[in-house]
Design a protein around this ligand. Structure first.
Ligand code: PMV
Length: 326
């Protein structure tokens, strides 16, 4: 029997960066994201002789396979199933480029959790699947839900830490414009980057102390659909996260020159009266939030910034779910 699930990436408006507990993958700061529409990971799973993983048609071994297997083991154990877990062949496809810096691990682990839950008939429910996905990639816990989603910080003992919906996709019809600034893959992944930041950045404690208040302001602005109130904390969250990473040893510079140019362009647009603000993840691309009415102007202006290769537009979307049953 084959089960197929779909999930979308999400972009954090209040960033998660740093773990309270490495093994259990517990975030040290609360985060709030918007799940996107349009870009989709589709994951098929079926019983097989041995565990295997294919991503975009290419069989993967090593770390990617280990991470998928670890999630299947966790899910089986969490469901209290006895006996040996059935082995599974996982076949995952992204219809968006990984190099766009749209956390493909988030949609990948969210889709895998839903697909495996169906294959094993474990019926764990969205909340527990979110907590399981969060253990593989914290941002994946958020992609279980649609619209605006929060993931609290945990203490070191937080085993079950799911994300939770803040407001549905229909709550606020914002647009997110991605300014793609390179086709290359990022140099230091988020897991390694966070470890280095936590262990070596003298600014890390400042970030962890500041993040809850920034998160609270983002949350309030989202609930009130108040774009002008969103701008400050969204940009501060991204810039504080990156300042903390810059200060690691060796410093983590995820940006390129174009990243800075886009930041300046967004602020110039704002000075000219357009509503727009930026956020940046563990890579050089810039994600620009803007109300629907100004999307076309923002896209046009950002496309003209030297170094911007192309732009991708997305809107708030739905959480991970089963696709078709074959
Ligand atoms: O969950 P991870 O390991 O993919 O880390 C996500 C880190 C950021 O994308 C930079 C921030 C976030 O909250 O999504």
């Amino acid at each position: 029997m084959k089960r197929v699930a779909v999930a979308h990436p999400n972009i954090a408006l209040a960033k998660y960066w740093g773990k309270r507990d490495q093994g259990r993958n517990v975030p040290a700061v609360p985060s709030l994201s918007v799940t996107l529409d349009g870009m989709t990971t589709t994951t098929a799973i079926e019983e097989a002789e041995a565990d295997s993983l294919a991503i975009n048609g290419v069989l993967r071994t090593g770390r990617p396979l280990e991470r998928a297997v670890a999630m299947l083991d966790t899910l089986w154990r969490e469901a209290g199933r006895l006996g040996q877990r059935p082995r599974a062949a996982v076949d995952s496809h992204n219809d968006f480029p990984t190099a766009a810096g749209l956390a493909s691990s988030a949609s990948a682990f969210a889709a895998l959790a839903v697909a495996a839950d169906a294959l094993f008939a474990t019926q764990l429910g969205r909340e527990r699947l979110s907590a399981i996905a969060r253990r593989s990639s914290a941002s994946a816990g958020r992609s279980l839900f649609g619209g605006f989603v929060e993931l609290p910080a945990g203490d070191a003992f937080a085993v079950d830490l799911p994300a939770a919906p803040v407001a549905p996709a229909s709550h606020w019809d914002l647009r997110l414009v991605v300014a793609v600034t390179t086709e290359g893959e990022k140099e230091v992944g988020s897991t390694d980057g966070m470890v280095r930041t936590t262990e070596t950045s003298p600014l890390y404690d400042g970030w962890v102390n500041a993040a809850p208040a920034i998160f609270a302001r983002v949350r309030e602005a989202v609930l009130a659909r108040d774009f002008d109130a969103l701008v400050g904390p969204v940009e501060q969250s991204a810039l504080t996260m990156h300042a903390t990473a810059f200060a690691a040893d060796p410093g983590l510079v995820y940006w390129n020159g174009t990243t800075v140019e886009v930041i300046r362009a967004v602020r110039k647009l704002r000075a000219e009266g357009l509503r727009a603000c930026f956020t940046i993840d563990a890579g050089p691309h810039v994600k620009i939030l803007t109300p629907t009415a100004s999307e076309a102007s923002v896209r046009e202006a950002i496309s003209r910034v030297p170094g911007v290769l192309r732009t991708i537009s997305a809107r708030p979307g739905e959480g991970a779910r089963l696709a078709v049953e074959e």
